[in-house]
Design a protein around this ligand. Structure first.
Ligand SMILES: [Zn+2]
Length: 588
């Protein structure tokens, strides 16, 4: 049976989906056919779900197909190269290899000035036969990658790096649903495409919200979130992050393509996802209008952008225009204006996070920055305050890039007497504040009420043990009523304790007790993550759990035992020892 025939008869594309007979009842030939149909179906449903946002089957049905496919691939000798099951399950790696790009990934000439864009338009008309048109795209603010395909199979994914050489991030990239692992049969023998890995806005906001709720540093912007994720050493963590790959260039293809617009259609047919708002423009003035319209709607778009890119459409024209040593001469980035405003810095407040990190926040005279009123902005840490020279009363520039927490970018008028003097003691618990590099840290540990609160919030949160119904507010209520002082106290809570609080009925109290009770015996790595030991994130927790196997063994571990674990260096080992030595830190 050819692939196209199986596509027409594939029973797993639309409901109602048939039931499966037992794996043992299948012949090898039947298994191979079914596996091929399931691979195709899973790819199709992935696309409906992740790309079109229009799934045609229920999640449970999808899981049934996926599990069956995994079974067939493990029970029979079927071809699983490029199968959707290969997205997950790669082992963590020690370090990234580097690879040389077969076609250089050039940077793009850019400007914020309309005159520069018109200059580009005049030049490309002058240097060609004059019949130039443009393809307009948003300028994506993510991480640039090259994808290498041979015979329709994804072989390698390499970051842009310096354009000539980048890092090989294939196992991480494979977990991203919008990167096809296998292209349709009509794809060219060799294909190299370039695009941008991004984190869509809503997903980024949700992710950051969770980070902040548990007292972790949020990512400064979607771009940093992508950069931090794509260099994760454990692909299973990458798989949990909401990344998307948007394609915008064909670097090499064994099948010739006449125009950029045609190339785009070709890539979509192969299963790639294009950036939003792709348009054609007949003249440079049309392209300028496109830029202005895009600037108007940038906040409504689901990807962070910082301008538009204009490309000469015809590939013959592109060849005529050629390149400089660093830029192609047929495209131009017309950047958006920065989003900064001037205002007065009125006060500085200090927030103490779960790990004791003391973050200074500037209180500002409210000011409209790109359509959003800003009255608070991050000052990051004491070193940043000193570097800015920011003091109370100064006139400052605040910057809001995308959905980022606004930050103080610059002091424009120094009205204060010197910069803000960082206190020596914690504003919450009066313990000494120590410096850790550029940062300030409260040394109170879990004798600091702010750290306690953040630790318990972390423990119950989705990043911790995900205890149903116990959120930040509930933790605050328990603490205020002095029902709990630490994590261990959660497990001593009785229903009557909770109903004594205003707003908690019999049923909700019973549910809370049951939910807390259900978290008594977590998997060790979940428990270690939930403790929120400084420097111990998901990856380190997994490695530690694998190494020590039990809480007791972990608690007895010496620094030298700890540093034998992958991902645990001297600093992390010291943090763990410090944590374990504080009696108050032992909820078990
Ligand atoms: Zn403190």
């Amino acid at each position: 049976m050819s692939r196209s025939q199986s596509a027409q008869e594939n029973p797993y594309l639309a409901p109602p989906l048939p039931q499966f007979k037992g794996v043992a009842e299948l012949s090898a030939k039947e298994a191979a056919t079914q596996a091929e149909q399931l691979q195709e179906a899973v790819r199709y449903h992935d696309r409906r779900y992740y790309v079109d946002g229009d799934p045609v089957i229920a999640d449970s049905e999808y899981d049934r197909l996926f599990t069956r496919l995994q079974e067939l691939e493990s029970e029979f000798d079927v071809d699983d190269e490029g199968s959707p099951t290969q997205r997950v399950g790669a082992s963590p790696i020690d370090e990234f290899d580097t690879a040389t790009h077969s076609t250089e990934l050039l940077s793009i000439e850019q400007s914020r000035e309309k005159s520069a864009v018109r200059g580009f338009g005049d030049r490309v008309v002058r240097e060609t036969d004059g019949s130039v048109s443009f393809v307009c795209e948003p300028k994506l603010d993510g991480i640039s990658l090259a994808l290498y395909y041979e015979d329709g199979l994804l072989q390698q994914v390499v970051t842009r790096g310096d354009g000539e050489e980048g890092e090989v991030v294939t196992p991480n990239a494979k977990t991203v649903p919008s990167i096809p692992l296998r292209l349709p049969v009509e794809s060219p023998e060799r294909l190299v495409v370039r695009g941008e890995m991004v984190m869509p806005r809503k997903a980024f906001q949700q992710y950051n919200k969770e980070q902040i709720e548990v007292g972790d540093d949020p990512f400064a912007n979607p771009r940093n979130a992508v950069a931090g994720t794509i260099r994760q050493k454990d692909p299973s963590i990458v798989a949990e992050r909401p990344l998307q790959f948007l394609v915008f260039d064909v670097l090499e293809s064994s099948q010739p393509l006449a125009t950029r617009w045609e190339a785009n259609q070709f890539l979509e047919d192969l299963g790639f996802v294009s950036p939003p708002r792709l348009e054609q423009a007949e003249t440079i003035e049309d392209a300028v209008a496109y830029r202005n319209e895009t600037l108007e709607v940038r906040d409504e778009m689901d990807v962070a952008i910082d301008g538009v890119v204009l490309k000469v459409n015809d590939h013959d024209h592109q060849d005529t225009l050629g390149r400089t040593s660093s830029h192609p001469r047929y495209c131009f980035a017309y950047k958006f204006p920065p989003r900064t405003e001037e205002t007065a810095l009125r006060d500085v407040v200090l927030q103490v996070g779960r790990t004791g990190r003391v973050t200074p926040v500037a209180l500002l005279d409210p000011v409209d920055v790109g359509g959003v009123t800003v009255s608070r902005a991050s000052l990051h840490n004491p070193a940043q305050i000193a570097e800015l020279g920011a003091g109370i009363g100064d006139r400052v520039w605040v910057e809001r890039a995308g959905d980022v927490i606004p930050q103080v970018a610059e002091v424009v008028e120094d009205r204060a007497d010197g910069h803000f003097g960082f206190p020596e003691t914690c504003p919450v618990c009066s313990s000494n504040i120590e410096r850790d590099g550029p940062m300030a840290v409260c040394t109170g540990g879990l004798s600091c009420p702010s750290q306690v609160r953040r630790s318990i919030e972390h423990y119950v949160s989705r990043k911790g043990l995900d205890i149903d119904g116990v959120g930040e507010q509930t933790v605050d209520h328990f603490l205020e009523a002095e029902l709990i002082e630490d994590v261990a106290d959660l497990y001593a809570l009785a229903k009557d304790d909770i109903t004594s609080l205003e707003g908690y009925g019999d049923q909700s109290a019973a549910n809370l007790v049951e939910a807390i009770d259900g978290s008594r015996e977590p998997a060790l790595h979940d428990f270690l993550t939930a403790l929120g030991i400084p420097e111990v994130g998901e990856t380190a927790a997994r490695d530690l759990a694998r190494e020590f196997g039990s809480v007791d063994a972990f608690r007895e571990a010496e620094s030298s035992d700890l540093t034998t674990v992958d991902d645990v260096g001297e600093v992390t080992a010291r943090r763990i020892r410090e944590y374990l030595q504080m009696e108050v830190n032992r909820p078990w």
